[in-house]
Design a protein around this ligand. Sequence first.
Ligand code: SF4
Ligand code: FES
Length: 248
Amino acid sequence: MKLNLKIWRQKDAKSNGQMVDYPISGIEGDMSFLEMMDVLNEELITKGEDPVVFDHDCREGICGSCSLQINGEPHGPDRLITTCQLHMRKFNDGDTIVIEPFRAKAFPVIKDLMVDRSSFDRIQQAGGYISVNTSGNTVDANAIPIDKHDADEAMDSATCIGCGACVAACKNASAMLFTSAKVSQYALLPQGQVEATDRVLNMVRQMDLEGFGNCTNTGACEVECPKGISLENIARMNREYFSASLKG
Ligand code: SF4
Ligand code: FES
């Protein structure tokens, strides 16, 4: 395949960026999107030019670091996959592909296509954990019976990989889907009840401090989420927040 890539280039966080055209050829349908980017970067390095910076790590849909806005969609045109799992067979010979970073005030661009998503880490640090005394008197986790349905739903929520596609898809740059998945995975389990009140209040406060927008129930986040995280999580977090506010 021959393709015309239009890629966002930005020297650093302070510089203005711009779209730059990169014609590329010899792309196979079985290549992943990131392998196609590798081919481009090898060409750029051979020519003595600056390679395009983009985030990646596991390249198998687990780590959540790959984060490209491809033709206006986070993770591209396929569904329930990350950018690293997208194959070039989804495109046609001669296509123009527009590649941008995930755009949100709370995800500032570091360079080219790489953004700073440490705002997600700070939301997680504000309450996305349980405190367990592991100093010699640990209770066996399996001693607490958990309803199968609750266990399955908690597991579904826990599959969020923190990629940020939900934020990039949202017209308000809201982080409600991410935060609610992290709240839900504990709200559904008995182990999460002890710190439930502080957890939801602190995580939502941090989410607002980071500059993410509000949810207006558009649902774009759910459509673009590579892990199929459901809007049900947002409804659950709102209920948790309401009852925590009454207690707090
Ligand atoms: S909710 Fe989905 S889109 Fe948002 S960070 Fe988690 S996995 Fe990514
Ligand atoms: S590189 Fe890890 S999910 Fe894509």
